[in-house]
Design a protein around this ligand. Structure first.
Ligand code: ADP
Length: 159
């Protein structure tokens, strides 16, 4: 059984993240989605809110997907869950440098856990949680960026 681990802030989860999950599920029998808790990152949503949104958004995949929060290093969590691969998404060039560094750091920490990258559908390749929050701040239309219930939660935050 192939197990992958998809870590992220998911602040909030978008159609871009969901697209990566769908692609990863074609390769992995089981996918853990890890909602990272990083006190150094400024989040709009709390850990509980992010977990709840990820759980609801990924409900259709619940047979193969399990959602957890993580306050430890991703490789430690991967080892604990017997996951062999860390799943990440790649958008335009800007993601590469960061992902390159993270992959090598993770490899230093555990040579046996490798990373795999998926590219989203073109229509999501410029989509980020940051962009979603910016657009929400100015009351823009988010219907093509995230599921309707997420759009409502974002709007509530800015009301
Ligand atoms: P992090 O803070 O760990 O980067 P994010 O929630 O922003 O967390 O992203 C988690 C992962 O999902 C990252 O690998 C990111 O590149 C990827 N990702 C996010 N949005 C998209 C998208 N629209 N297309 C492809 N990958 C994406």
């Amino acid at each position: 059984m192939k197990t992958g681990l998809y870590p992220g802030s998911f602040d909030p989860i978008t159609y871009g993240h969901i697209d990566i999950v769908e692609r990863a599920l074609k390769l992995f029998d089981k996918l853990y989605v890890l909602v990272s808790v990083n006190p150094y990152k400024n989040m709009l949503f709390t850990k509980e809110e992010r977990l709840d949104m990820v759980k609801k958004a990924l409900e259709p995949y619940k047979d193969k997907v399990e959602i957890q929060a993580s306050e430890t290093l991703t490789v430690q969590h991967a080892r604990h869950l017997n996951a062999t691969h860390i799943v990440r998404g790649l958008r335009a060039l800007t993601d590469f440098e960061y992902e390159f560094q993270m992959t090598h750091a993770n490899r230093e920490l555990d040579e046996n856990i490798d990373s795999v990258f998926f590219m989203t559908a073109n229509k999501y390749s410029f989509l980020s949680s940051t962009a979603v929050k910016e657009i929400a701040r100015f009351n823009g239309d988010l219907s093509t960026f995230a599921p309707p219930f997420i759009v409502e939660r974002i709007k509530d935050k800015f009301r």
